[in-house]
Design a protein around this ligand. Structure first.
Ligand SMILES: NC(=O)c1ccc[n+]([C@@H]2O[C@H](COP(=O)([O-])OP(=O)(O)OC[C@H]3O[C@@H](n4cnc5c(N)ncnc54)[C@H](OP(=O)(O)O)[C@@H]3O)[C@@H](O)[C@H]2O)c1
Length: 275
């Protein structure tokens, strides 16, 4: 099994570039599915308070027999928990739910700009970070204007910004802002929940390199330097999505896939979504 490369975050924490997403995995299936991912070789699991499956993710990590230090666990603050004190209490609930001593990464899930509380909320995450109960902290769905406000009003630069990225939404501006400020980009819905898999360009490249459209799309993310965590409840796909390290796309392939961008979101627009 080829090792997944690790990236170094801005506070020197190492993160596996490929992980496993758990959005929309029902809690009753989450332990078994996460264990299947860990058996397939994944060492990075992405969950959130909103997904309702943190407890089962934690159970899988604890039951896997792996050393805690060998699995990277991320969760995210729910939209109803913005504000300093609410965020601190919500983090405590997460840590209790997962049954682990620390999280590797904890994120503000959405900026909720109309609420105007994300800077204050970030202060709470900074306290959690300083306590060592989250090895890194970051944000999700932040646009450059939100990041600028956050950077002005705080001490800790987010380690990551987790945003929707796939061939139909290449997010050039937000990724460039992140690169400039040492904020790593995590790409959510990396295969656009399946929508890019019928794309003729991706299928042509997939045929040429002898890989599936999902593998080509995930490899495109990896070669662009983003962190990805595809979700699947299907064992065969869980294994397929992990098998990305025995081939390379050419610069031409990367350019052709990037040119598919049509600024098409599958999820909410972070400027308009307010929880
Ligand atoms: N921060 C945020 O706001 C946010 C928002 C959305 C997602 N996320 C994170 O990002 C993760 C990934 O995004 P996502 O779950 O939205 O979408 P995704 O990973 O792009 O796609 C998942 C969908 O694609 C199917 N699929 C997976 N691998 C496949 C393959 N090899 N061939 C064909 N179909 C395949 C899955 O089906 P089956 O499961 O039926 O196999 C599922 O329907 C989430 O799980 C979550 O951790 C974060």
């Amino acid at each position: 099994m080829t090792a997944v490369p690790s990236l170094t975050l801005n506070n020197a924490v190492q993160i596996p570039q490929l992980g496993f997403g758990t959005f929309q995995i029902p809690p009753e299936d989450t332990r078994e599915t996460t264990l299947a991912a860990l058996e397939a070789g994944y060492r990075h699991i992405d969950t959130a308070q909103m997904y309702g499956n943190e407890k089962e993710v934690g159970q899988a990590v604890r039951d896997s027999g792996l050393d805690r230090a060998d699995v990277f666990v991320t969760s995210k603050l729910n939209n109803d928990a913005h504000g300093h004190d609410n965020a601190l209490r919500a983090f405590d609930r997460t840590l209790e739910a997962v049954g682990l001593d620390y999280l590797d990464l904890f994120l503000i899930h959405w900026p909720l700009p109309a609420k105007g509380e994300f800077v204050e909320t970030w202060k709470a995450l900074e306290e959690v970070y300083r306590s060592g109960r989250a090895k890194a902290i970051g944000v999700s769905n932040f646009q450059p204007r939100h990041l600028r406000r956050l950077l002005e009003g705080s001490d800790v630069v987010p380690a990551v910004n987790q945003i929707e990225v796939h061939p139909y939404l290449t997010q050039d501006e937000v990724r460039a802002f992140g690169a400039e400020h040492q904020i790593a980009t995590e790409a959510w819905s990396p295969i656009a929940q399946g929508k890019v898999l019928d794309d003729p360009t991706i299928n042509r490249i997939a045929e040429r390199v002898g890989k599936s459209p999902a593998q080509v799309t995930l490899r495109w993310h990896i070669q662009r330097g983003d962190i990805v965590f595809p979700k699947s409840v299907t064992r065969k796909r869980i294994e397929e999505n992990f098998d990305l390290f025995d081939f390379e796309l050419s610069e031409g392939d990367i350019g052709e896939i990037s040119a598919l961008n049509r600024n098409e979101r599958t999820g909410f627009d972070p400027d308009r979504f307010n929880g």
